[in-house]
Ligand binder design. Structure first.
Ligand code: FAD
Length: 488
């Protein structure tokens, strides 16, 4: 049942599970745990639709690279899936096997731990389980780049697709306009005792559950943990520790342009760094898309920009001029886009501010920062791509100077893939959650979403985070079943 917490506060006295946040991660967990027979509260801070009031609670400051953190997240039922583009690429074994450079370890689990959950995650985002992640083209000869393989989800809008299930699944209480504003930790038992929920009039209520799961996106998951005075007092969370640290994005670098040799087929090319490239250059992974200007497709973010331009042009009566600019291209010229891995580094960080939001939760600052290792990855991908383009007689690549000269500031944009702020590790020395997504130092507090990523690879994060969510649901179901001696 979906109820509006602003109107009615008919919560049970206690739940088996309390999940905070109804985006892809929270909805997936809520439906699975309730279907297994448990009483589940899914508390969503926003309403059924976008509202400036809810979205305003995402307001934050930035001291690092420009992240557009307020614009790229959506704070209402369905979360950011309300405008995601649907590109899906699974992690591969090497994402889990290879540690990043520096002092931080990579994943504490092998890829096989989430591989079995790929069909379920594909099904959730409307990809036919078993269908192949397809390549647009073949790879480049040198062995450094293979053809990239991906699939496009419709894209699945979680609030719409799962509306009936959210209404009708027995045992599941979904409350919208129901904001988590505090986590109450009991140091003696090691349990999160309760969360504090608030409506928009600041009416607060204490909610007890046996297990709690944070599923509010990578920035907010860290924010909720950092904001909790009781977690800080118990030493589970510290202001400059791992919670909020290692914030990662995928890098959208403007590598340069290319001219295709005449006679070469003009179709878009998508390449992906091979494991051999990663091993040889000790670099991160990356996807490179080479598209002739005349062929630039409008999907995802580009489609959003196009839609905006269309509306603007119609409003201002300049449609023909905008159309001319949008269609203009030089025959044979192409642009190169990328989605490049960022390695975890502790300087890239979400930290708590003194200033509070409308509901009394401390705001955060985002300091998105790259390391020298990231510049090395960008340089290697750019220069090897240019060499192999020429070697294969495909054409010529003109790299931007900041690609090979690391003293020049990068021209770059984020991909809206927020990761790493509650990273998974084998011990609290290197991470925030353990291999089962449980927060170190607690007995019953879990985290879902891409904040748990120890490494981001160059795969789009949503399908993998769903693999982890389904795995977490299985783990909790088994744990609860074992504890009660019954199969739910
Ligand atoms: C333009 C764009 C395009 C994208 N394209 C792709 C793509 O092609 N492929 C891909 O893999 N990924 C893509 N992404 C990323 C994708 O949207 C995210 O990975 C995904 O939505 C994360 O899911 P989540 O459930 O972890 O978090 P979210 O979707 O952010 O959901 C978090 C939920 O928590 C709620 N919440 C927050 N704070 C509170 C609180 N205090 N109390 C209660 N509830 C709260 C929010 O309202 C929200 O519903 C894209 C993102 C953007 C912005």
């Amino acid at each position: 049942m979906i109820k509006d917490y602003q109107q009615q506060k008919s919560l049970r006295d206690s739940y088996d599970f309390c999940i905070i946040g109804a985006g892809p991660a929270g909805i997936t967990l809520g439906l699975r745990l309730a279907a297994a027979g448990w009483n589940v509260l899914l508390a969503e801070g926003g309403g059924r639709e976008y509202s400036p009031r809810s979205q305003g609670l995402y307001a934050c400051t930035s001291t690092g690279l420009e992240l557009y953190a307020e614009e790229t997240r959506l704070r209402y039922l369905g979360g950011t899936s309300n405008h995601w583009a649907g590109r899906c690429r699974p992690f591969t074994p090497s994402d889990f096997a290879i540690a990043p450079p520096g002092d931080l370890p990579g994943w504490p689990i092998p890829y096989s731990e989430i591989e079995a959950y790929l069909p379920a995650a594909m099904d959730i985002v409307d990809l036919q389980p078993g269908s192949n992640f397809r390549a647009l083209n073949t790879g480049l000869n040198g062995g450094d780049f293979e053809a990239d393989c991906f699939l496009l989800s419709p894209p699945t809008r979680f609030a719409q697709k799962y509306a009936t299930a959210l209404e009708q699944t027995k045992g599941l209480d979904v409350f919208i306009n129901c904001n988590c504003v505090d986590l109450e930790f009991d140091k003696v038992s090691g349990h999160l005792a309760a969360v504090t929920l608030s409506d928009y009039k600041r009416n607060r209520q204490r909610l007890v559950a046996r297990h709690f799961i944070l599923a509010t996106g990578a920035i907010e998951n860290a924010r909720q943990l950092l904001n909790s005075e009781s977690l800080r007092a118990a030493g589970v969370v510290s202001k400059d520790g791992l919670v909020g640290g290692c914030f990662m994005e995928h890098l959208n670098i403007d590598l340069g342009t290319f001219i295709l040799k005449s006679g070469q087929p003009p179709e878009p090319r998508q390449y992906y760094t091979s494991d051999a490239f990663v091993a040889e250059y000790k670099a991160g992974k990356g996807n490179v898309t080479a598209v002739l200007l005349a062929d630039v497709q409008t999907y995802g973010r580009t489609a959003e920009v196009k839609h905006f331009l269309e509306n603007l042009a119609c409003d201002m009566g300049i449609a023909s001029k905008v159309a001319f600019v949008a269609k203009f291209s030089c025959p044979g010229d192409g642009v190169i886009g990328t989605m490049i891995e960022q390695f975890p580094n502790l300087h890239s960080r979400i930290s708590l501010l003194d200033e509070k939001d409308e509901l009394g939760v401390a705001k955060v600052n985002v300091n998105w920062a790259l390391s020298a290792d990231d510049r090395h990855t960008i340089k290697c991908i750019g220069s090897e791509l240019a060499k192999q383009f020429a070697d294969m007689g495909l054409g010529y690549v003109k790299l931007n100077d900041f690609v090979y000269d690391t003293s020049i500031p990068l021209k770059m944009a984020p991909h809206a893939h927020h990761m790493g702020t509650t990273r998974m590790a084998a011990s609290p020395q290197f991470g925030v959650v353990d291999a089962n997504c449980k927060v170190f130092g607690t007995e019953n507090l879990y985290v879902a979403g891409s904040s748990i990523f120890a490494k981001g690879g160059a795969s789009n994060p949503t399908m993998p985070l769903l693999q982890f969510a389904v795995r977490l649901a299985d783990h909790l179901n088994a744990k609860m079943g074992a504890a009660s001696g019954a199969v739910a």
